[in-house]
Ligand binder design. Structure first.
Ligand code: TLP
Length: 344
């Protein structure tokens, strides 16, 4: 349960890879890539899409295509782009990240308003606001359409674009039981990942206007991301969009089960309000050891988890983890915790 990125491709995906019609995508001639890009644009209600190798690359080419070097980008202070992308926002895109704190991932309109600095000779030009949905470090929390609209209203009033890191966008739509377009209509452009809950081996899609995607295509080439017979990546992506979205609900049910079980374990805490999709954040601060020690003990019991802070453990449900696995994991979690508390 370290991450939904560990999911392996289905047999149908492997068959689709074998049978994929291929061409050179840098010439725009891979029919399978073209089909996936059309599907991605259609699903999200945008004009065009671009297949890239990873979520990090999707975010990077999007930053480079939305803003010019030296400009300011407003990011959520716990966002993936700010925390986990090796500083590409400044090291490669040349932007000044302006982090803003939130309760559960969605900017409060007044906080966003305060972060957008007036146009002044001293300040970098603000050009972009980035939102993450679902929000990873907040525990897979969902940013609802109303919140996105409020964010977009503030950004628009100041002439800024809104970009969405939708690595787990389909989890958000499934959790809210709405069409994904209800979430994408409030942003200018976005990315979503095939390689997380949707179970593909790799790949992410950047989506937006025709002009934006043309620029992103050039930026992808610039950073060495132009791919040739990329249909072998696109083929499982098509299977994923056709067959893997609705099943995310099962991961969400398992996360609820897991979280509810952990709340009953003395010594551990879970904020159930944050358990909205396929993640569970566990507060281990009552144990005498850091979260890293807790997860190494869990590993000895066969349960893999990750830490996202000194006293915070992240567990992610995904395809391949069944209800019985959750029940077994709960037994291990209870045993390890009892031992650490000296109850055994
Ligand atoms: N997140 C990974 C790790 O990097 C932490 C995970 O296991 O959750 N945006 C968001 C919201 C993400 O969660 C991730 C991956 C990315 C972007 C980057 O995607 P990749 O790993 O494909 O570069």
């Amino acid at each position: 349960m370290r991450s939904d990125t560990v999911t392996l491709p289905t047999t149908e995906m492997l068959d689709a890879i074998k049978q994929a019609e291929l061409g050179d995508d840098v010439y725009g001639e891979d029919p399978t890539v073209n089909r996936l890009e059309e599907m991605a644009a259609e699903r999200t209600g945008k004009e065009a899409a671009l297949l890239v190798a990873s979520g990090t690359m999707a975010n990077l080419v999007s930053l480079m295509s939305n803003a010019k070097r030296g400009e300011l980008v407003v990011l959520e202070s716990e966002s993936h782009m700010y925390w986990y992308e090796a500083g590409g926002v400044s090291a490669i895109a040349g932007l000044l990240p302006w982090p803003v704190k939130t309760e559960q991932g969605a900017f409060a309109p007044e906080d966003l308003e305060n972060a957008i600095r007036p146009r002044n000779i001293h300040f970098p030009e603000p050009s972009l606001v980035c939102v993450e949905n679902t929000h990873n470090r907040h525990g897979g929390t969902v940013v609802a359409p109303g919140q996105l609209r409020a964010i977009s209203d503030v950004a628009q009033a100041h002439g800024l674009r809104v970009y969405l890191d939708g690595a787990r966008l389909f989890n958000a739509a499934v959790a809210l039981r709405i069409c994904v377009k209800e979430l994408t209509k409030h942003v200018d452009n976005l990315m979503f990942c095939l390689s997380k809950g949707l179970s593909c081996p790799l790949g992410s899609l950047v989506v937006g206007t025709q002009d934006f995607i043309e620029k992103a295509r050039k930026m992808r080439k610039l950073i060495g991301g132009g791919m040739r017979q990329a249909g072998i990546i696109a083929a499982p992506g098509i299977v994923a969009l056709e067959t893997m979205v609705d099943r995310l609900e099962e991961d969400h049910r398992n996360a609820q089960l897991l979280a509810a079980g952990i709340t009953k374990v003395e010594g551990l805490k879970v904020d159930m309000e944050r358990v909205q999709t396929n993640m569970v954040l566990v507060d281990t601060s009552r144990l005498a050891v850091p979260a890293a020690t807790f997860i190494s003990k869990l590993k000895e019991e066969g349960v893999l988890a990750s830490t996202i802070g000194k006293n915070k453990v992240r567990l992610v449900t995904h395809r391949g983890i069944e209800k019985e696995d959750i029940e077994n994991a709960l037994i291990s979690i209870a045993n390890v915790t009892a031992r650490l508390l000296g109850h055994e």
